[in-house]
Each structure stands twice: as C-alpha cells, then as structure tokens.
Design a protein around this ligand. Sequence first.
Ligand code: BV8
Ligand code: ZN
Length: 246
Amino acid sequence: MNSRDDVINKVASAKSIVFFTGAGVSAESGIPVFRGKNGIWNKLKPEELANFNAFLKNPEMVWEWYNHRKQIIDQSEPNAAHLSISEFQKYFQNVSVITQNIDNLHRRAGSKIVYELHGNIERNYCINCRTFYNDDLPFEEKVPKCKCGGLIRPDIVWFGEMLPEKEFTSDEKAISGCNIFFIVGTSAVVYPAASLIYAAKDYGAFIIEINIEKTNASRIADQSFFGKAGDILPEILNLIKTKINI
Ligand code: BV8
Ligand code: ZN
C-alpha cells in the first residue's frame, strides 16, 4: 500500500503522464454518466440508441437523444477536474489525455493532446459520402440530410463499431512511454477502451485510479483515491506544486 506521500513523490518525478478519463470526469459539469444509480443507460438501452441499426431504424429518435445531450453539453463548463488535468501541462513535459467522453470538455479546459476514443458530439458526417457537418449543423428536430441526400449521423463510436484507428494507435504510443497512468471517472467496462488500462500496467506505468467507488480497474490500480475527481485532482496538483515548490 503506497502512502499518499509516496504517490505524490512518484507523480512529481514523472516525465510522462497519461489521464484516461470516462464520464465521471464530466459528472461535476452536470453531464449525466452512463451506468450506476443516476446513469442514463438505466432509462435507455444502449442497444436501442447508441448503435447504427437503431439509427437506420429510427433516425429521429437517435437524433432527438443526441440533440438532448448536445443541449446539456452546450450548457456545461469544464470543471475543476478538467482544469487540473490541463494545468498539469504547465509542470510536466508530456501530458496526454485519452478520453472515452464525447463532450469536448478536456479541450475546452485547455488540454492540448487529447485522444477521443469514442468521437466528439460536435462533429457529424454523412453516412453515404462521409462529408463532415460540424458547427454548421443547427439543432434539428428532424434528421439532417447531406447535399447528396444521405442521412447525417453524429461522429460518435456506437456499439459494435470500430474505434478510430488513428486515435487508438497514437494513444498506444503515449501509454508505452508513460510513468503515471491516471484512471479518472470510468467504470472500465467498455472495450476496447478499457484494455488500455491493462496495456499501461504491462508497460510498467504506476496506475492511479480516481473514482467515487470501486470499479473493475481498482484491482489493478497501484493506488485508488475514492472521492469526486473535482476534489481529488486539484488536491493532488497542489501537493505536487508544493513538492516542486511552485
Ligand atoms: C467494438 C456511445 C467491435 C457514444 C459508447 C456485445 C455486443 C456488441 C458489442 C459488445 C458486446 N460485448 C462487448 C462488446 C464490446 C462493446 C462493449 O464493450 N460493451 C460493454 C458495454 C460490455 N464495445 C463496443 O461495441 C465497441 N466497439 O467492440 O467494436 C468491432 C471489432 C471489429 C470490427 C467491428 C467492430 C464500441 C464501444 C463504444 C461504444 N460507445 N458510447 C455515446 O453515446 O456516448 S460507450 C459509453 O460507455 C460512452 O462512450 C462512455 O464513454 C463509455 C464508458 O463508460 P464510462 O465513461 O466509464 O461511464 P460510466 O457511466 O460507465 O462510468 C462512470 C464512472 O464515473 C463510474 O465508475 C462512476 O463511479 C464514476 N464517477 C461518477 N461521478 C464521479 C465519478 N468519478 C469521479 N468523480 C465523480 N464526480
Ligand atoms: Zn452525403
């Protein structure tokens, strides 16, 4: 069991840090998580909404769901967890974020290297010709159509779909060289994203989990901090700044 001081010393002497984040890092920005007591999947079945066949069968319903989530995301701001992760860039050479989230809050918080494993709700493309429509796509109650007549879909990875090759391979590189791998606010149940935790372990990174409860990742973490990411990350950052007398 590492003392908190050991953990702070380890992080303070790191050259390369990766933050692997899930919906929990955005919970304090008011964006609902997927699983657990107030998860959105409790009310809706992912199979019914976040998959391509559901979209073909009922594009209106799927668009309605994403527009609803876009409105929530549009009213949200990065919280103290996103801002602390971004501030780490000031004190460490290599800081990368690998996120399963589609809300763009890490970038809005100022993080420069962000790999979005499951896409980004601000991007959309035509299923026919793959023309991208991003902020020029006003909230539509009906399904937006491309100039070619094809249906436009959110640029989000649905169940049964491959993760973006570029994102998935580039983050392998970030993981292979990292000394510290933070896991922040994820239940670690969705694959292949969750497999990156095991890859980090195999590469010898020190694994620090931050979550409000135990997860699948807890048993392989070298240290788990239980509590809200918006409280714990600023605290860790302050302890590190004192250590490196900022
Ligand atoms: C693939 C859509 C294969 C976008 C998402 C059976 C059938 C089909 C597929 C499968 C199957 N069995 C397994 C699979 C694979 C499947 C999968 O893993 N399913 C799981 C559910 C069992 N994966 C896939 O389908 C992937 N594709 O495998 O393709 C393939 C191979 C070859 C060729 C073709 C295809 C695609 C996975 C991506 C799916 N898309 N979302 C959207 O609408 O958002 S997944 C969804 O879950 C989100 O993207 C989310 O990011 C992701 C992970 O969830 P978390 O982020 O962890 O969120 P969660 O709510 O679960 O947890 C939140 C955590 O935060 C909790 O631990 C909580 O305690 C904590 N927390 C809360 N508040 C705080 C906090 N922590 C700190 N502070 C707080 N304040
Ligand atoms: Zn088109």
